[in-house]
Design a binder for this molecule. Structure first.
Ligand code: ADA
Ligand code: CA
Length: 254
């Protein structure tokens, strides 16, 4: 199959099924993700350019660009199982977007509630995205997704009570020209994992950081940064929290 040719002509869940992991346990999690967690999905490669409410996660097919043309999306709380309680941390919320491998997303504002934000299978570019009020997280890669290169550029994210960007599978992440405010962590590698994660922060400004700019428990987490500015909440020395638990030998400025 040539994934580039599929577009929205195929059943979106079938398109995603093609990327099931080979391991049996992980594959089970992947199936329950597709069938229970996502629920009914829609497929699209273009937005409307205006404000609208969405009731189903939008699957963007492999190697396709979804251009929102400046649209502002708001999730229907019931249909998207959004958590509107303090911190918005429920784990069964639905994502606004599911980016298949090689899919890109651009020119979209995600309003409140942020729910599960954007799910990235891998090799995805996100450009000119605004998260006005991130939910459980703004964008993430699940452990049963393929992972790969992730580029987030010219974007903004605000009010992530816990984490903005969450990585549960090996990725090479570039965050380029990003402004953010009020967040637990900008980047979180899933707690207790030791896979390889590369994070490049280029021209990033974050304020109101509670916990860390990048946090990882992995000896194979590597951070490069350029023109990074950050401001933590509260007083006291927070220097240990910038790249929290990342081996200092793995951090470099360029
Ligand atoms: C939390 C949770 C993880 C994972 C993560 C995510 O950190 O503890 O198991 O679900 O969120 O992917 O959002
Ligand atoms: Ca999440």
């Amino acid at each position: 199959m040539n994934p580039a040719a599929v577009g929205c002509s195929a059943v979106p869940l079938d398109v995603l099924r093609a990327f099931a992991p080979s391991d049996a346990d992980t594959s089970k999690d992947f199936t329950s993700y597709l069938e229970d967690e996502l629920g009914e999905v829609t497929c699209a490669t273009e937005g409307t350019g205006s404000a609208r409410t969405i009731r189903q996660p939008i699957v963007v097919p492999p190697n396709t660009v979804y251009d929102g043309r400046g649209e502002k999306l708001t999730a229907d709380v019931a249909a998207m199982r959004c958590d509107t309680s303090e911190g918005e941390q429920a784990e069964d919320q639905r994502p606004y977007f599911v980016l298949a491998p090689g899919a890109s997303l651009k020119n979209v504002t995600i309003t409140y509630p942020g729910c599960e934000g954007v799910h990235m299978f891998g090799d995805n570019t996100l450009e000119n995205i605004v998260w006005e009020d991130a939910g459980e997280d703004a964008a993430s890669v699940r452990s049963y997704f393929p992972g790969g290169k992730i580029a987030i550029k010219n974007s903004q994210g605000h009010k992530a009570a816990d984490k903005m960007f969450q990585f549960n599978a090996p990725c090479d992440v570039t965050i380029d020209h990003f402004t953010g405010s009020d967040m637990g962590k900008l980047v979180r590698q899933n707690g207790g994992t030791d896979f390889e994660l590369h994070v490049d922060l280029n021209t990033v400004m974050v304020t109101g950081v509670i916990s860390a700019v990048v946090q990882s428990d992995s000896p194979k987490c590597y951070v490069r940064h350029h023109a990074l500015t950050y401001q933590f909440t509260g007083s006291g020395d927070k220097s240990e929290r910038v790249f929290r638990d990342v081996p200092s030998a793995n951090v470099s400025e360029y």
